[in-house]
Structures are given as structure tokens and as C-alpha cells.
Design a protein around this ligand. Structure first.
Ligand SMILES: Nc1ncnc2c1ncn2[C@@H]1O[C@H](COP(=O)(O)OP(=O)(O)OP(=O)(O)O)[C@@H](O)[C@H]1O
Length: 407
């Protein structure tokens, strides 16, 4: 029973109707006002989207307005929430909390005309048609588990490759724990603009253009979107962004090997065929086991693997300059050899790397530092590997073919 549906007594039913919280009835003029307020805001921002009001109720003097969201509207509504609540308060003359509820079959409705049909369990498979033509190649930065420094490597690779002369975009697809905005210093730059229903990426260090779901939602809010909404948000962050001409879109993948990762690799398949994936791991056995799973995902989706990266390789003490192999230095290089995958380089555990991440200053922007040198060496190896991939692609290799040659 939804809040708007009164309890119906069947023949012989003696149940008493449970007391319900104070709610607005269908005839309540506030419903129309709430719907109109959202419609006006969407129109103001140049959207042609609709998000019907599902319920309006009142508790302890606060009005709760629930709107239906689908894969397409969810990110827009999240970004709009503070303004929507303000506008609703003004229109209804009372404090208002707005929330959004997933619509059944939402992803299917969100498919663009001509996009591939939805795959199993009703989730959108956006397909290559969704990717803007200006994105020439993509680099997926992945890890089997969280916390190994994948986002740190993604940021420094993006900025390092930009320093080497590439036009680089950076997409924070780590929808459940987005940290790219902070690492790129978004606090200083504010929120991205929306023009004609498209998002204008922010420009960060070294001219890297970037977007993150964290820029659309409140950074403190837990990312609890599920299934189709995640797919929809990710697809929008690729296709509804004015990326312009990019030699490379670096994608900070969500950790693990679930549906979101598969959707991303399939959506960006042609671009990944000209770029590839790097898998980040710390050297200890547990992380390596997960990294292996990450590699299997790329094999399954026929994404070329450029190689493995060892992060937090050893602790380089800034006081005594001594090195301590906290997680067992060299584990990733050995794993790469065993799996016949290139080893791209190692990055030590350095307090400056964590500080740079928190302050929004990537290590490569301080080229003289130990961290800057380690990440630039990595970026150069990746650039060499990309160049060799692209010359192979130009040489007639089928896009999506699995490749694992040394850089
Ligand atoms: N080499 C390093 N030395 C010191 N600190 C590091 C290093 N690499 C990453 N960190 C720090 O470790 C923390 C986790 O890193 P990061 O967010 O990049 O990991 P992640 O694998 O992307 O995690 P998640 O997937 O959970 O978001 C951050 O505070 C980051 O600054």
C-alpha cells in the first residue's frame, strides 16, 4: 500500500484501518504546487525531463516530497536537491525534505532511441553509440579491491599524461566512493555548469577535464544507488558531458568486478580497444588475489590490459630515508611475470602522496618530489604502452582484441 492508496476492506474483512501519518490527499493543492516547482526548476536548467511526484506527507511540521526518478533523471535530481528543497519551502511555506525513488524498469525507459536493447535482469547496456565522438581512446584504472590507491593512480596518470602532451579527461566512475573531485581540488572550483542539459566538466591540474558523481551529489551523502540507477548515472557521466576532443579518457573504475564494471567496459569498448586497462594492487597476497579477478574481468570483456601497477610498494621514511616493505615489496612485479602481463611500475608509500590527495594537488604537479618522480615514470611507461597499442590498432588489429605485450 502506498501512502496515497487508502486501505480497501474486502468482503468479510474485519481489520481496522491502521492509523496513518498525516498525509496530503490526492486533492491537496500542495501536490500540484510541488510538481510544478520541480518542473519549473528542470525547465530553468534546460532539461526536458519529468519526475512525477509520488507522495507528499507531513511529519513534525516537515513536508516530505517523494519524486519518481529513473536512470536518466537520477543524477540531475540529485544535483538539484538543495535548490528544489529551497524552492519547495518557498512555494509551500514550510520546511520541505525532497527525496527520490527509483522507478521500476527505469533503465529501459532511459535508453536512447537506437541504443542496444537491455540485457539480462533489465539493466541498461548503453553500448558504444552513447560515447561522444571526441573521445579517441580510454584508459580504465581498476583494482580488485578498494583502498589500494586506484583513484590516486588514476589522478596522477591523468595529470602525468597531460604533462606529456595528451588532451586528457578524467571520469570518476567510482560511484560508491567517489574521491576524484577532492583529489583534483574541486573545492576551489565549485560545481560544474549545466548547459542545454549537458554537463561542462571542470578543468583541474595540468588542464585535465574531469567529472565525478561527487560533484552532482553531496559528497557527505552515502552513494546508495543500485542497479539500473548506477548504470544510468555512469552512462550519463560519459555521454551527457561536453568532453570536447580528448586523446584519452582516464576512467577511475569502481573497485571489484560487478555489473557496473562490465557496463563501463562494454560502453567504452571501442575507446578501450585503442587504450586499455591498468590494474592497481598493493603487493600483499590478498590484494593480488583480487587483482587477478580484475584481470579476468578484462579478459571476459576483451579489454586490452596494459599492465599492473604496484602501489604502496614500500614505505620510504621521510626522516631517515630508509625503506620498509610494509606489504612485501615486489609482489605485483612477480605476479605480472607469472601472469605474463607487463609490469608498469611501482609507487612508494609516501605521506606526501596522501597529503597531495587531500589537498587536491596531484604528486605529478610537484615533479621534483619523490612522489612526482615515481608517478611520472609510471605515466611515461603507460604512454609508451598506449603508443604501441595505437600503432598496432592502426596496423589493422581488430578493436577489442586482447593484447598483452610489453610496453
Ligand atoms: N602511495 C601512497 N602513499 C601514501 N598514501 C597513499 C598512496 N596511495 C594512496 N594513498 C592514500 O590512501 C587512501 C586511499 O587511496 P585511494 O582513494 O586512491 O584508493 P582507492 O583504491 O581508489 O580506494 P576506493 O576504491 O576505496 O576509493 C587515500 O587517502 C590516498 O591519499
Amino acid at each position: 500500500m502506498t501512502p496515497d492508496t487508502p486501505h480497501q476492506h474486502g468482503p468479510g474483512c474485519s481489520h481496522t484501518t491502521p492509523p496513518s501519518p498525516p498525509q496530503a490527499s490526492q486533492a491537496d493543492p500542495r501536490r500540484a504546487l510541488a510538481s510544478q516547482t520541480l518542473a519549473n526548476l528542470l525547465k530553468q536548467d534546460g532539461h526536458t525531463l519529468e519526475a512525477p511526484l509520488s507522495a507528499l506527507s507531513e511529519r513534525a511540521g516537515v513536508i516530505h516530497a517523494v519524486f519518481m526518478a529513473n536512470a536518466q533523471t537520477a543524477p540531475v535530481l540529485s544535483a538539484l536537491k538543495p535548490r528544489l528543497e529551497q524552492a519547495l519551502e518557498k512555494a509551500l511555506g514550510q520546511p520541505v525534505r525532497a527525496s527520490f525513488m527509483a522507478q521500476r524498469g527505469a533503465a529501459r525507459e532511459a535508453l536512447a532511441p537506437g541504443a542496444p536493447k537491455p540485457a539480462h535482469h533489465g539493466q541498461a547496456e548503453p553500448g558504444p553509440a552513447a560515447v561522444p565522438g571526441g573521445i579517441h581512446a580510454a584508459l580504465a584504472v581498476a583494482s580488485g579491491k578498494g583502498g589500494v590507491g586506484k583513484s590516486t593512480v588514476a589522478v596522477n596518470l591523468a595529470c602525468g599524461l597531460a604533462k606529456l602532451g595528451l588532451r586528457v579527461g578524467l571520469l570518476d566512475a567510482d560511484i560508491h566512493g567517489p574521491s576524484i573531485a577532492r583529489m583534483m581540488g574541486a573545492g576551489k572550483a565549485g560545481k560544474p555548469e549545466v548547459k542545454g542539459g549537458k554537463l561542462i566538466p571542470l578543468t583541474g591540474p595540468e588542464g585535465v577535464r574531469y567529472v565525478s558523481i561527487a560533484l552532482l551529489a553531496d559528497e557527505r551523502q552515502a552513494m546508495i544507488w543500485r542497479g539500473p540507477m548506477v548504470m544510468g548515472a555512469l552512462t550519463q557521466l560519459i555521454k551527457d558531458v561536453v568532453w570536447g576532443e580528448l586523446d584519452l579518457l582516464v576512467v577511475d573504475m569502481p573497485p571489484g568486478t560487478g555489473d557496473a564494471q562490465i557496463t563501463l567496459t562494454k560502453t567504452l569498448a571501442p575507446q578501450l580497444a585503442k587504450g586499455g586497462a591498468v590494474v592497481v594492487s598493493t603487493p600483499q597476497a590478498v590484494a593480488l588475489m583480487d587483482a587477478r579477478r580484475g584481470l579476468t574481468l578484462f579478459e571476459r570483456t576483451k579489454t586490452p590490459v596494459l599492465g599492473l601497477v604496484e602501489n604502496m610498494s614500500f614505505f620510504a621514511c621521510p626522516h631517515c630515508q630508509g625503506e620498509t616493505a610494509l606489504f612485501g615489496h615486489g609482489g605485483v612485479a612477480r605476479e605480472a611475470e607469472a601472469l605474463n602481463v607487463p609490469f608498469l611500475g611501482e609507487v612508494p608509500l609516501l605521506p606526501a602522496i596522501r597529503e597531495g590527495g587531500d589537498e587536491g594537488v596531484p604528486s605529478v604537479s610537484e615533479p621534483g618530489s619523490a612522489a612526482g618522480k615515481a608517478f611520472m615514470a609510471l605515466a611515461k611507461n603507460v604512454a609508451a604502452s598506449l603508443a604501441s597499442r595505437q600503432s598496432q590498432s592502426l596496423g589493422g588489429e581488430q578493436p577489442g582484441a586482447h593484447q598483452q605485450s610489453a610496453p
